[in-house]
Write a protein that binds this ligand. Sequence first.
Ligand SMILES: [Cu+2]
Length: 330
Amino acid sequence: MNRPHHPPLFPALAGAAGLLLPAVSFAQDAAGSAYQATSKFNLQPPVSDIANQIYDLHTLVLIFCAVIFVLVFGMMFYAIIYHRKSAGHQPAQFHENTTVEIVWTVVPFVILILMAWPATKTVIAMKDTSSPDLTIKATGYQWKWGYDYLKGEGDLKDIADGIAFYSTIATTYEERTNVKPKAADYLLDVDNRLVVPVGKKVRILTTANDVLHAWWVPALGVKQDAIPGFIRDTWFKADTIGVFRGVCAELCGKEHGFMPIVVEVKSVEDFRAWAAERQKARTAGGAAAPAAASAPAGQAAPSAAVPASAPATGAAARAAAVPARGAAGG
Ligand SMILES: [Cu+2]
């Protein structure tokens, strides 16, 4: 595993859970991907510093819970079995016992501090969206995501500025209803992936067009509500090239389960090439936008309808992206 940050806090435990997988399982783009290569009983392998911290916090707190569980239940069953009334034991009295009261106040307090200290550090780091290399707005719609690459700040601010598209589930209705066999990334595949560069700080602004949604990609350690009329932000810096999947994490209506998120992390050079290609298509498609918006029927129809309520510039930019959607989605 390519892990530029510190190793897992408890490698033996993580290893036992089957998490120390070879790097190849993270680099692969094809069916399966990292999402399915992982243990069903643990978190996804983290691919960002924040996700690493979240992983370690999870492990740390789980160990606290396990130790407390064993001690409390061990004590309880020991008392029930060996100090039972039928064996002739009288109950001990602890009323007004200052020592006991101090101990059962101080011990939980210390445990809480031991958990809160690292958790607070991580939460503060999660909220630090300053100095990004790239800024992307993610808008939640019932039921898809819209992405606008913004002219934010940093190295890459001009590269992708103005690129905008919808990202709609690629799983077909036939797959959902068992008419056709289910694809490998069932319910976790989209027509247009969010493409980002590796090792760069990507700031995601979240908002929504209708109801609450939430943009959640576990492997990147990102989860942020998308709220109509408000802008929230979050960030990630992907450690490895690959494809990472998430879902909308806020119950948002009947197709809440059908608006996945797919982030494709490319090398910086590949990202530049991708952005240049998109920019070319955008400028070339500008004049033809109205025709393109009305052309695709069937599956593409909802996206053609949505821009009516979106800002005019965004609508035009997305309309230009529609032909690419049609070609990719088939
Ligand atoms: Cu949603």
